[in-house]
Design a protein around this ligand. Structure first.
Ligand code: ASP
Length: 279
């Protein structure tokens, strides 16, 4: 079994902070894992169509700047470029929902984005939505509000049936996964459950960054995720460095955007997932 230094991966994922060389030797299960993903039987009735972004920013390019063309292309591919978009702002803690809505409307130059807090019946809004967009922030508060407003099943069902497409970034991408247990956020509230939409039936780690800042003695991201895998050995974590995106349709997905992604499996195996291949 081939081994390689994790520094190779660390160099492949661009970061704006200078990190010390992280030279733990990890086992690479590269080709076998990829074949396993592709050969995993998928539900032919999976009508989920999603775009999951790691982050709302890329380096210092500005809020959603790197994402705008990808989001607009994704809407156009699904012939929904003129559709109203129902926006979920619940992850926003340091902003009001109104401010969050305007920020996203301005960044994407799209006045048809309407935050769900304006609807008198949120569930009806979801049941009529063609595009559901979920912004980043705190994943626990996002899921907490989703449960409080009884929207988890409604969104999951609507997207799985192919009645709405889903766009999320950061916490919004965590929400699309199986659970939010591999978020980077602090549990500032206690949602009814950590189970999330399960549209993407695996774990996601957005804003993935490798290694440690010199002098920092807390766990690295790899160590935190390794802990998750030690107690959830069968699971797969898709790590999205800044700029990486998952485009999911027909029960399969590709990585697009400005970075490759990484698949992490037990105990701490990393496989690089290059862009534009079908997984
Ligand atoms: N707080 C992040 C965001 O939504 C989510 C995460 O890091 O897990 O931007």
């Amino acid at each position: 079994m081939k081994k390689f230094l994790f520094t190779v991966l660390a160099a492949a994922v661009s970061t704006s902070v200078a990190f010390s060389a992280y030279s733990a030797t990890l086992t690479n299960t590269e080709t076998t894992v990829t074949k396993e993903i592709i050969n995993t039987p998928r539900h032919t009735d999976d009508k989920t169509v999603m775009l999951l972004l790691s982050s709302s920013g890329y380096k210092d390019t500005g809020y959603l700047t790197h994402a705008k063309d990808y989001i607009n292309d994704f809407l156009a591919e699904n012939k929904l470029q003129d559709s109203e978009i129902v926006f979920i702002p619940f992850a926003g803690v340091r902003t009001t929902y109104d401010e969050y809505e305007s920020k996203v409307q301005n960044a994407l130059s799209n006045p048809k984005i309407k935050s769900i807090h304006h609807f008198s019946n949120m569930k009806d809004a979801i049941n009529q939505a063609k595009v559901i967009m979920v912004g980043g922030g705190n994943s626990f508060e996002l899921l907490n509000q989703m449960y409080k407003n009884d929207l988890v099943q409604a969104i999951s069902k609507r997207v799985k049936n192919g009645d709405a497409i889903y766009i999320g970034w950061s916490a919004g991408s965590n929400l699309a996964g199986k659970t939010i247990k591999t978020t980077n956020d602090m549990p500032i509230v206690e949602p009814e459950s950590l189970a999330s939409l399960n549209l993407f039936p695996y774990q996601i780690n957005p804003h993935f960054i490798s290694g440690k800042i010199p002098g920092h003695n807390g766990e690295s991201r790899e160590e935190r995720l390794e802990e998750y895998l030690i107690v959830n050995k069968e699971d797969k974590i898709y790590c999205l460095p800044e700029g990486a995106m998952i485009k999911y349709q027909n029960g399969h997905f590709t990585i697009i955007g400005l970075s490759d992604a990484l698949l992490m499996t037990y105990p701490a195996n990393f496989e690089k997932l290059p862009q534009n291949q079908v997984y």
